[in-house]
Design a binder for this molecule. Sequence first.
Ligand code: NAD
Length: 422
Amino acid sequence: MLVSASPTAEKNAYEVALENFDLAANALELEENVRAMIKYPERELTVSIPVRMDNGRIVRFQGHRVQHSTQRGPAKGGIRYHPNVTLDEVRALATWMTWKCAVVNIPYGGGKGGVTVNPKALSLGELERLTRRYASAILPIIGPEKDIPAPDVYTTPQIMAWIMDTFSMMTGYPVMGVVTGKPISLGGSLGRNEATARGCFYTTRASMDQLKIPMQGARVVVQGFGNAGSIAARLFHDAGAKVIVCSDTKGCIHNARGLDIPAVVEFKGRTGSVAGFPGSDGITAAELLAMDCDVLIPAALENAITEENANAVHARIIAEAANGPVTPEADRILDKKGVFLIPDILCNAGGVTVSYFEWVQDENHLFWDEHDVNAKLEKIMVRSFNDVLKIHLDKKVNMRLAANMLGVGRVAEACRIRGLYP
Ligand code: NAD
């Protein structure tokens, strides 16, 4: 079976994204002209962000916006605020967005942004000034027809509202469609906040059906308890599964009978962490990954499952809510162990799908109810899962390569139909 790649500590995320592309392009026997057109980012912008801190000092941060592809529509992708953000990480995330939008067949290319900053160390005022300065620095290349940012790690609906406001100050009229993931009162879509987790839930449920694992009582382990992880945990809990482990940066908690997820969410809201939740045992991060379970959901950052710990994994399904949580070496080990993997560009595509719905609603000044949003999302996620599964079964490639082949193949087709640029 052919195996595709994701980031490692040795290889940076962008090198892995390029390797993933080559594997998919080779499997598709793509012609060289098309490869040259679609492999590399179309546009990259690195900006300086001077921010006046509360103590009066000016501190300079660095930010990026990368547009990997606009072959199938405007660039689309989140903005990450994290101390480890690099240009290569943003390039990798932008590249994955291109294939992800193509896998779910929405009319977008791929983009991503990032600022190298620890937002937890900033006051609210400093965060707002940083965001507005970053937004004005990337303003020439964003817009509803060009490139539409959204939230990613440590960016929120409030941050999207500041970007929308900064952009609108420059145009002189409100431009709702310039970002997605906005608060509902500012043109956000119902269902957007839960969409990434919902997409993960729909694709995992489809995998469980395929493997004949009943939802009732299924044991689920969730790493990371932010937007994607905490809401996925709640959806599985509500569907009758037992979420036996969850974690955040401060600790991992375990209860073999199943954690009371709404109570864990309330506890984290009050204390800032899941650690110390009453009635749970504290376990280590290594024990979390080695836990015997039906579904393991990495929902934190890249490189969670590597060649060091992949052998210890005892999950039947891995659902990649995070981007790039499994390294290529770990992919090979998990493949041999017969673990069924739902790759990130499929599993977490619910977020960008409802971002697309938000943009459609904003551009049409017409809003849908939550039931409509969720029903449309479910249809797209189940159809996309079946498209990837078909390639996995027909071509005898693993699920990651199958998803990459679907995504790269659709972008290549768009590129051929448009013709080569003069
Ligand atoms: P978030 O900022 O809401 O939450 C991140 C969570 O991960 C936090 O609970 C944090 O404590 C935890 N975490 C960080 N490092 C950890 C570690 N080493 N061990 C355990 N927990 C750790 O971010 P999010 O939006 O939920 O994003 C999580 C992942 O999902 C990222 O890879 C992101 O790119 C991906 N993703 C998010 C969306 C979205 O719409 N939010 C869409 C697609 C993909």
